[in-house]
Design a protein around this ligand. Structure first.
Ligand code: SF4
Length: 366
């Protein structure tokens, strides 16, 4: 399967300033060395607790945040990526060839028109449509704006009408303001706006979290239909594993700025290997008042600050399986089974004491 988007050692730090002169005194390491591959036509889920860096990663891929370090490759051949990697290993300072390749192929280096062109290919849908849509603009202008910005030639009104119909709205909605719509309808407008410039990929940042459960299902089904019809690729950011299970082909679990586990969706439920993933799965509620369920794996302690993350494995202060080595050295994200990547010195195995039985079962309807 062809890789459409890949990040390599992607970092996004936010400076912390202090003192009278507001000098930089520290960094918040929101995204700290993320390697991620998204295949063409798939839906890759990105899950984790609030504050783990999911949204920052999505915005950095979109270049709404400027990356601190690392590469973002969009539709770049394996040979070019390999050449860049090899040149980086060889050179202490940047060689001319490396500089040229990064300028030409790495989205993290794009500026001006080239960045604008890339934004036609990757669009984003935000969590809260109430704040992502301009309340003073009519729907016609909201959806028409990206067409104007990207120099779309043709009948703007016709295109906007087509997009509205694509997302289940119609011509009667063209001359209304966002406050005249329900939450679900507003999210449909946001999706139509994202589709306006005919993108290949959407970054969906918790697109249903602000909606009622019944409306959530409608929006998820709409996104699934659009993916099938338009051949879109999705990066689906969510904190809800049940939603991820419904939507995604593969899943990446993020903890404190790094990916700790990445695999096919069904594999994650069958045999999670990272203790953090196991605890996340065990905390999925069962919608049956009579069900006693298995005991939930509790994660002790608070999420550490991304300003001062723990040494070694970032999960080690909360991990029930932590050993001495865990606090000393960071475990790299390695392939332990076909397509199953884990960042853990002692990955969980089936039948290991402490592995929750519930984590092996997918929720009904999943
Ligand atoms: Fe736990 Fe150690 Fe694995 Fe980190 S490396 S998840 S602390 S067992």
């Amino acid at each position: 399967m062809k890789t459409l988007l890949e990040t390599k050692n992607l970092k996004k730090y936010f400076p912390v300033t202090g003192g009278v002169f507001k000098r930089k005194i520290d960094d918040v390491k929101a995204v700290d060395g993320v390697d991620l591959k998204i295949n063409e036509g798939e839906c890759l889920g990105l899950v984790g607790e609030s504050g783990c860096g999911k949204t920052t990663l999505g915005k950095t891929i979109m270049r709404l945040n400027d990356p601190t370090k690392g590469h973002i490759f969009y539709n770049v051949s394996e040979e070019i990526k390999q050449e860049i990697e090899e040149l980086e290993k060889k050179e202490n300072s940047k060689s001319r060839r490396l500089f040229e390749l990064e300028e030409k192929y790495c989205l993290a280096e794009f500026e001006g028109n080239r960045l604008k062109k890339m934004r036609e290919k990757i669009q984003m849908v935000f969590q809260d449509p109430a704040s992502s849509l301009n309340p003073r603009m009519l729907v016609k202008s909201i959806i028409g704006e990206p067409l104007a910005v990207h120099g779309y030639e043709g009948d703007n009104r016709e295109r906007v009408l087509d997009l509205l119909q694509e997302v289940g709205l119609g011509g009667e909605h063209l001359y209304r303001y966002p406050h005249e719509f329900s939450g679900g309808q507003r999210q449909r407008i946001a999706i139509a706006r994202a589709l306006a410039v005919d993108p290949e990929m959407l970054v969906l940042d918790e697109p249903t979290s602000a909606l009622d459960v019944s409306v959530q299902a409608q929006i998820l089904n709409l996104l699934k239909r659009l993916q099938d019809e338009l051949g879109l690729t999705y990066l689906f950011i969510t904190h809800d594993l049940t939603v991820a299970d419904y939507m995604c082909d593969r899943i990446a679990v993020m903890y404190l700025g790094r990916i700790v586990e990445q695999t096919r969706m069904e594999k994650l439920f069958e045999s999670p290997m990272h203790p953090y993933t196991d605890a996340l799965l065990s905390s999925i509620p069962i919608p049956d008042p009579k069900a006693r369920g298995e005991e939930i794996t509790l994660i002790e302690g608070e999420v550490p600050s991304p300003r001062n993350p723990p040494s070694g494995c970032r999960f080690h202060p909360r991990c029930p399986y932590a050993k001495e080595k865990c606090g000393q050295k960071y475990p790299p994200l390695e392939e332990v089974d076909e397509g199953h990547y884990v960042s853990c010195w002692y990955p969980l195995e089936d039948g290991r004491e402490g592995l929750t039985a519930k984590s092996k079962e997918r929720p009904e309807g999943g």
